[in-house]
Design a protein around this ligand. Structure first.
Ligand code: FES
Ligand code: FES
Length: 160
């Protein structure tokens, strides 16, 4: 007796590793990672700002390197590991979150998830953590509230 196709035969369009879990995603190959995270995986901490790689709001880590998820298509992820602001097992990220809160660094907070991912990579790169190196690292991130000074101080504390 022949069995027709069942769910056992199902293969997702893509399998990617996000926050240390392998997840199935069905979407067009050119779908930006940002929309995969937000719309398919309900990881809405990653923000949509400009959509053209200019504001940094959508920054996530891929194999530890910050990238703009708004202009990175899902086909480019392959076997690499994606980390978003929701990831709880990254101790550097958790320290940064805690210092952001204690310094009351954000105002509206819209820019912060992207900034915290960039700052995580910056601290983990063992870069010199003075004000100027942090400001340089955050150069591509817009904060419309003008909370830069408190954000930089929070990052400096997290890395010290
Ligand atoms: S939304 Fe990606 S850089 Fe602005
Ligand atoms: S805290 Fe509002 S945009 Fe940065």
């Amino acid at each position: 007796m022949t069995h027709l196709s069942t769910t056992l035969d199902y293969m997702a369009d893509f399998q990617i590793r996000v926050n240390n879990k392998v997840v199935d995603v069905d979407c067009d190959k050119n779908t930006p990672l940002l929309w995969v995270l937000r719309n398919h995986l309900n990881l809405t901490g990653t923000r949509f700002g400009c959509g053209t790689g200019l504001c940094g709001a959508c920054t996530v880590l891929i194999d530890g390197t910050p990238i703009h998820s708004c202009d990175t298509p899902i086909w480019a992820i392959g076997n690499k590991s994606v980390q978003t602001v929701e990831y709880e097992e990254n101790s550097t990220l958790q320290r940064i979150k805690s210092c952001m809160a204690s310094e009351q660094a954000g105002q509206c907070g819209f820019c912060l998830s992207g900034i915290m991912m960039r700052a995580t990579a910056h601290i983990d790169s063992l870069a010199t953590l003075d004000r100027s190196s942090i400001a340089d690292a955050l150069d591509g991130h817009l904060c419309r509230c003008g909370a830069h000074n408190r954000i930089i101080e929070a990052i400096r504390q997290a890395g010290s």
